[in-house]
Design a protein around this ligand. Sequence first.
Ligand code: SF4
Length: 80
Amino acid sequence: MEVSLDQRLCRGDCVCELICPQVFVLDEGGIAYVTQNSTPLEGPDVWAEVPSGLESAVLDAARECPAEAIFIRGGDAGKE
Ligand code: SF4
């Protein structure tokens, strides 16, 4: 499973980082990024591999994001 995040859509509500801090990180302005090996990636078409065991949390973050800024592909996710 891979995850991407579009900073242009992000409202900085912080929900994703609360749900899965291993994958999502906020910058000083509250805008979210997905991380790959602890490095923030800037989207919208940059995809990070979701670490094993965190798929469910990443799916929850995508569902809960009020801006629909988080995108999932691969696995059995269904939201892209
Ligand atoms: S949950 Fe969505 S809107 Fe909130 S910080 Fe994360 S990506 Fe941005």
